[in-house]
Design a binder for this molecule. Structure first.
Ligand code: GAR
Length: 200
């Protein structure tokens, strides 16, 4: 079984889209993959409610309780470990998880650690992507699903979606247009990865 562990920090709309796709497309029967855990670094992340309502186990590791990134990441790895044992493999899906992960953590889950970023990478890594795209005069924006590597917002691209930037767009209107596309490409990227992981 592939245990999908989804890490969130906020509203969790990408996580919800993944959960819905997994149910509708019967990932468990088709790909032997189950959404095993939704974990947040923020106790008040709204996405936790959605996960609980859908019967998905949840966990919280409040990053404010840790003195360093290393210490937080060590506990994060510990909490994921049971899902990556006894012949099961964890697929770690970052869905609005607003933390940078230690290089050793990225190494541990290499090839099965995914992120979605709200820009057309390699353009606009980092924060405030929509405002930066508008200020740069871009005509198009979008989102990227990629494998996570040690370099922030880099790594092999699995899926992208493009949307127009319209005159009068604000960061908020553009973010909403991009987000609706994120909800389509993230489940699609995961399915493709599950198909390629089939032999694990
Ligand atoms: C999404 O737009 C996602 O691409 C972005 O945060 C939002 C989370 O929304 N992620 C990043 O900026 C990561 N650097 P959600 O919680 O509703 O899925």
């Amino acid at each position: 079984m592939i245990h999908i562990v989804i890490l969130i920090s906020g509203s969790g709309s990408n996580m919800a889209a993944i959960v819905r796709a997994a149910q509708q497309e019967q990932w468990e029967a088709r790909y032997h993959a189950r959404i095993a855990l939704v974990l947040s670094n923020r106790p008040d992340a709204k996405g936790l409610d959605f996960a609980r309502e859908h019967g998905i186990p949840t966990d919280v590791i409040d990053h404010r309780a840790f003195p360093s990134r290393e210490a937080f990441d060590a506990v994060l790895a510990q909490r994921i470990a049971p899902f990556d044992a006894d012949g099961h493999r964890a697929l770690v899906v970052l869905a609005g998880f607003m933390r940078i992960l230690s290089a050793w953590f990225v190494d541990r889950f290499a090839q099965r650690l995914l992120n979605i970023h709200p820009s057309l990478l390699p353009a606009f890594p980092g924060l405030h992507t929509h405002q930066r795209a508008i200020e740069a005069g871009c005509k198009f924006a979008g989102a990227t699903v990629h494998l996570v590597t040690a370099e922030l917002d880099h790594g092999p691209i699995l899926e992208q979606a493009v949307v127009p930037i319209l005159s009068g767009d604000t960061a908020e209107t553009l973010a909403a247009r991009v987000l609706s596309q994120e909800h389509l490409i993230y489940p699609r990227a995961i399915v493709r990865l599950l198909q390629s992981l089939g032999n694990l």
